[in-house]
Every structure is written in C-alpha cells, then in structure tokens.
Design a binder for this molecule. Structure first.
Ligand code: M6R
Length: 592
C-alpha cells in the first residue's frame, strides 16, 4: 500500500513533487511526508491526514533538487506523525520511504543498537541500513540480503547529495527519465506526461540515481542493461468536472463505460483468441479476486455455467493462496479479476497458479499493472480510471466483460448465437434510468440506522453481497447480506424496529415468492422493507421499491447494482462522510 514519489534533477518547488504525490492518494491517505536534501542537510516535513494537510504546510518558496515523498496507508503502527514516512535513521545517514511490509522486522529490530521511536517496520529498516551498510550502492544491495518481505523503497543518503537509492520486490516502482530530470513513482500515473525513457523496476532489482544518471543492478550487484518500456496508456487528468465526488461521477459514467467496453472488444477483436482450440479441453474454470472483484467472479461463474455449461468455482484470493486443490493442469482454466491489477492477494494467487503450469486469463482495468504484465491472456475492462475507493463502474464493466466472454464461448462451443452486443447495449441504455428521487427519500429514511440487511436468492444474493459491501464501505453502517432462506436460521435476531431490509427480487417467480415469504417474519418485527425488482407489480404502488427494467435475468445484476451504488453514495453524503476516501481504506491493496 502507500504511494511514493521521488525526484532528482533541476531545481523545482517542493509543492510540485507533492502535486504528483496527490495522484497516489488512492493508495492511502493516513499521513503524508516529504524529505529533501541540500548540502548534506536533511529536511523532512510530515503531516497526519490527507496530502492537502501537508501541502498547506509547505511554503511555495521551498525548492529542491532531490526529494522523496510518501502517502501512507497504515499497516505497522497507528496513523501518527512519528509513524509517517519518510523515516530517518538516528544519525540521518539514511532517510527512506517504503511501500510494502518488512516481514522480518522483529529480527532486525532485535539486532539494532539504537531502537527507533516509530512503530513502523520502515523505521527499523532505515536504522538497520545505518548500522549495517556504508554509503555506496554495493553495500546497500548487500544489506538487502537480510531483508524479507515486499518492498518498493527509495532512500536518500546524507553523504550523497542529489542521489537516490532504490530497491524493489513485490511492490511496483517506475522510473522516468527526461533531460535533466528523473522521477520515481509507485504508479506511472503520477509521473510527468512527457519523458524520454520509462523503466519498470523488476523484483530483486536495485537502482542508483546520481545527478542525471541511473544505474540498475541485480541482487548480486551485477549491472543490469535495462530496457525501457512503453505504456500504451494516456494518463489524462481525471477531474471531477461538474461532480462533487468521484463516486457519483463514476456511477454516472456507467452507461458510456459499458458502451466503450462493447465497442473496444468489437474493434480490437479481443475475444477472437478464445476459440474452440483454446477452450475445448477445460472442464473447470476457477475465478479469483478480492472484494468487489470476487463478487464479479461469483456473477461471472453464473454466466459461464448457465451459458456454457462448464463447472465454475470462485475463490477469494487470500484464501486460495493457502489451499492445495487437486486440479488437472490441462483441464482447469483460471480467471483472475482485479480492477487495479495490483491487489497483492490476487497477484500472489496468480503467481502460484502460473508456477504450477495452469493457463489463466486476467481481467483488469489497468493494462500496465503487475497482473496484466504477468498475463499472456488479458480481458481488459474499459472503465477508465476509477478514483473513488468504492468500486462502481469497474464492477459494472467486469460483469459486462464476463457476460461477453461467456456468450462468446457459448457461441464457439454450442453453435447457437447469443447477441451479447445487443443485450449489453440495451443494458447500457437502461442502467441509469432508476428512480433517483425515490432513492433520495429511501436514503433519508435509513441513514441513521446502525444496521442494514441485504437479501436475495441465487444471483440476487450475489448482488445483495455487493450492495452490502458498498453501503458498509462508504457509510460505516454495519450492513450484512444473506441468502433470503437463511433469514430465519439465526440473523432474524438482529432485526429491530426500523432495520432496513433490502430485498433483491429479479429471479424466477418461485424464487421471488420464496424470498418475499421469508421476509414476512422480519416485517412483522418492524423491519423496513425496500425491494429492488424487475416485476412491475411489486413496485408500482410501493414507495420503497426500485424498479429495474431487465428482461434477461442473467443481466439483472448490472441493473440492480447501479441504484444500490447510488443509495450508498447518498447515505454517505447524508452522514457527512467523504465517499471517495472512506476511513481506514485505500483503493489499491498492495499488501497481503
Ligand atoms: O483492484 P481490485 O479489483 O483487485 O480490488 C479488489 C478489492 O480491494 C476492491 O474491489 C474493494 O473491495 C473495493 N474497495 C470495493 O468497493
């Protein structure tokens, strides 16, 4: 987690570096800091809270030719000033910013002569470097032989002005070079738009930047002749435009995102490679992701099973890592789903699957991400940058992609034709047509409730899970989701007068009738019933119902999640929460 921006070059304002750091705030916003070096003097400024707090404490006339900066998502130690990065060693020989986790921090700590005041693994590492290596890059690399864990590290050394020392393992780091300026960042999105060369640091690589030169090394101190890379992505500015928050902007972009997605797949013939020869041997498909991406996998599994008839299982990445499933390498296909393409658990699961020789496809929104770079087969989502922590348009695009994939495989194997483009264009037209006025009123009626319960059967239950996650994330309401048949098996005990009970009713008549019957015991105990349904008869006279116009039950999830994202947004605003950056969370979870 966390974001890093480092700079070495011509004299610039410190504020300019922090402006670049702001683009990484999606990686964490518990504290931020910057260290610069001039004439062997180290100056560090840190602030708890968001990057704007730091910016407002930096005078415009402060300039630098070498600096490292960091925005933190607290892992080891609370979000305090002492724990904020950068961390200097006791004699200030090393000052470092770090993303990732030093796993053997206790072992390193026990060996230290001077114990740091900070609780962070990073401060221990900085002190460890001071006590175990001198100022040259060779000694720095040797010291890392004793470091275990994941890290993207950028350091300043007090005795070397205008120099940066860099180490990387399992956490992304990029370096851009233009005449007279070198930038380092954990995501290319925060690098300058114009550069001559762009390098991606690989695991166990090191770099030494001095003045305008970069030298790359492997972990045996051999010089690496590193090739620069091209990223076919334009990092256009993502602005709020007329919107107050990214979350609502991103919900409002869902129609155009689905349309772009369909067009992109058509223009680039993305699905062509998934032909009969590709798919014919697979008897199992495993879909893997975390959070919202896991929910997309659950819906995607329904698409594939219903349209193709191949058995699917869906796994939470962090759980899958520790499983030893008995699977036939030739008969099992994996699909990894990740908006960011950087989620550590998903990446780790992918590496395990890859090392065992399985074939896999990655479905991601970031085509230069670590997951994309480790994948031969990619199903891109064309959601555009998603800034708000709560995933909205990316989820919708993940479902769109999975529906296209499943329908395409159906067309390849079955010989009958599903016109998925037509189906999805209709969905796109309808996705934002839900009744916002009704939802505004519902939001007002539930925002003070401490709990909320989301229910459904089959695919509706999956939407209930995702809707519950969305509300929880941005409103801090203790929301939970259950299959409707489970209601009477225990959690009815949570229902009190006024508890919101949000019911998804888009499946078969029998499923809907069973779900509605099951909720009667809760309603009798005072629960406030809210129905999301594609049946006009349940919605026409009901102020607490939201109608979604979906004839295809498989596609109902795309239409029923959109109003729930909107509801979560509205509740968040009523509670005075910033929905783009809810407490304790970060957009991209790059630690296991
Ligand atoms: O970038 P990823 O799709 O891999 O992220 C996975 C989850 O961390 C993410 O979906 C998270 O659950 C969202 N904040 C949900 O809104």
């Amino acid at each position: 987690m966390c974001g890093i921006v480092g700079y070495c070059g011509k004299k610039i304002q410190l504020k300019k570096i922090i402006d670049k750091l702001k683009k990484l705030e999606y990686r964490g916003y518990d504290s931020a800091g910057i260290t610069s070096i001039k004439n062997n003097t180290i100056t560090t400024i840190k602030q708890v809270g968001k990057i704007d707090n730091l910016l407002s404490n930096i005078p415009g006339n402060l300039h630098t030719t070498c600096a490292i900066s960091h925005t933190r998502w607290a892992t080891h130690g609370k979000a305090t000033h002492t724990n904020a990065h950068p961390h200097s060693s006791s004699k200030e020989q090393w000052t470092i910013v770090h993303n990732g986790i030093i796993e053997n921090y206790q072992e390193l700590y026990d060996k230290l002569k001077t114990k740091p005041a900070s609780d962070t693994d990073t401060a221990i590492l900085s002190q460890y470097l001071e006590e175990n290596c001198n100022d040259n890059i060779e000694s720095f690399i040797t010291a890392f032989k004793n470091i275990k864990g994941s890290y993207a590290i950028v350091c300043i050394n007090k005795n070397n002005n205008d120099s940066l020392y860099i180490a990387k393992k399992n956490s992304p780091l990029y370096i851009s070079q233009a005449y007279g300026e070198i930038w380092v960042a954990s995501d290319p999105i925060s690098l300058p738009l114009e550069y001559d060369y762009l390098y991606e640091m690989l695991d166990n690589e090191f770099a030494y930047i001095s003045d305008s030169n970069i030298s790359f090394y492997d972990n045996n101190i051999n010089i690496v002749d590193k090739k620069h890379i091209n990223i076919n992505e334009s990092f256009e500015e993502t602005n709020l435009n007329k919107y107050p928050h990214f979350m609502i902007k991103e919900i409002e972009e869902e129609q155009s995102a689905i349309e772009k997605q369909i067009q992109f797949y058509k223009d680039k013939c993305i699905l062509k490679e998934y032909n009969y020869d590709f798919i014919k041997n697979y008897e199992n498909i495993k879909l893997i992701g975390c959070g919202t991406a896991y929910h997309a996998g659950l819906v995607g599994a329904r698409f594939i099973e219903k349209l193709v008839g191949i058995k699917c299982t869906v796994e939470i990445a962090s759980e899958y890592i520790y499983k030893e499933p008995i699977l036939d390498t030739n008969k099992t296909l994996f699909i990894f789903i990740s908006q960011s393409g950087e989620t550590a658990d998903t990446l780790r699961a992918l590496e395990i699957v890859k090392s065992k020789g399985f074939n896999y496809i990655s479905l991601t929104n970031v085509l230069y991400s670590s997951i994309a770079r480790k994948s031969k087969h990619i199903l891109p989502t064309i959601a555009g940058p998603e800034i708000a922590v709560a995933s909205t348009k990316a989820f919708v695009c993940q479902l769109t992609t999975l529906y296209m994939f499943a329908s395409h495989i159906h067309n390849v194997l079955e010989g009958t034709f599903i016109d998925y483009e037509k189906d999805l264009r209709e969905v796109a037209k309808k996705i934002l047509s839900f009744n916002k006025e009704k939802l505004d009123i519902i939001a007002k009626s539930i925002y003070q409730s401490p709990t909320a319960i989301f229910l459904g059967k089959d695919i509706d239950y999956i939407v209930a899970m995702e809707a519950s996650l969305k509300l929880k994330e941005v409103s801090y309401i203790n929301s939970t989701s259950y299959p409707s048949g489970e209601l009477k098996h225990g959690f009815l005990a949570l229902v009190e007068d006024g508890t919101p009970l949000i019911i998804f009713a888009t499946g078969s008549d029998i499923q809907i009738s069973k779900t509605l019957n099951a909720t009667q015991e809760s309603i009798a105990r005072g629960a406030k019933e809210i129905i999301i349904t594609n049946r006009y008869e349940y919605s026409k006279h009901n102020d607490n119902s939201i109608y979604i116009d979906s004839l295809n039950p498989l596609l109902a999830p795309i239409l029923s999640i959109a109003p729930m994202q909107y509801l979560a947004y509205k509740v968040s605003i009523l509670k005075g929460i910033n929905p783009d950056q809810p407490r304790n969370l970060a957009k991209s979870v790059t630690v296991e």
